[in-house]
Design a protein. Structure first.
Length: 185
């Protein structure tokens, strides 16, 4: 399947979402593509967006180790700013994966307490984290990250699709907020 410049090779459906790609949202093969195996729980879209975000993260790491400005004298990966941003990206993507995989596991085990409201909340937060993580990578890579020839630019465009899927964030937040207010009253 080819979408907006990123190749997603869907390699079958697995029953347990935690076993998908070894417990990771995406497996990167060293190239510019993301290979995913998705669980059969309805979380496919979130897993795909997280896979794209992980591919962007790996490209950012490679960029940081290869980029060595003459006035700096060493790769930008050794600077505090890049290390701090790499940590921020890792935190966002790790927490997004925990939300998605944790929710998918609850669905797989037929946890009756996992209602649509927390599932919507997990989706909203995981989408936000993926979009913000890729945005940080693009921002720090500067002009090269915005080049149409750069895989990071394609990942950035692709991950922007995450929050626009139905139900969109405003509708999901309305449901989450209504449930919270009803439970508090």
């Amino acid at each position: 399947m080819r979408r907006a410049g990123v190749a997603l090779a869907l390699a079958g459906l697995l029953i347990g979402v935690l076993s998908a790609c070894g417990g990771r949202a995406g497996a990167w093969d060293g190239g510019d593509s993301v290979t995913l195996r998705v669980g059969a729980t309805g979380w496919k879209r979130e897993e795909a967006h997280l896979g794209v975000a992980r591919a962007a993260q790996r490209y950012f790491h490679r960029f940081a180790h290869e980029r060595s400005p003459a006035n700096l004298g060493h790769p930008v990966a050794r600077t505090e700013r890049f290390r701090r941003t790499a940590g921020e990206i890792a935190l966002r993507l790790d927490s997004a994966e925990q939300l998605v995989f944790g929710g998918a596991e609850r669905v797989d085990t037929a946890d009756g307490t996992y209602t649509p409201e927390p599932a919507s909340g997990a989706r909203i937060l995981s989408d936000r984290h993926a979009v913000e993580a890729v945005g940080l990578a693009v921002r720090l890579s500067g002009n090269p990250g915005l080049s149409r020839d750069n895989p990071l630019e394609r990942h950035f465009r692709d991950v922007q699709c995450a929050p626009v899927h139905v139900p969109q964030e405003d509708v999901a937040l309305l449901a989450v907020g209504s449930g919270a207010l009803e439970g508090a009253g």
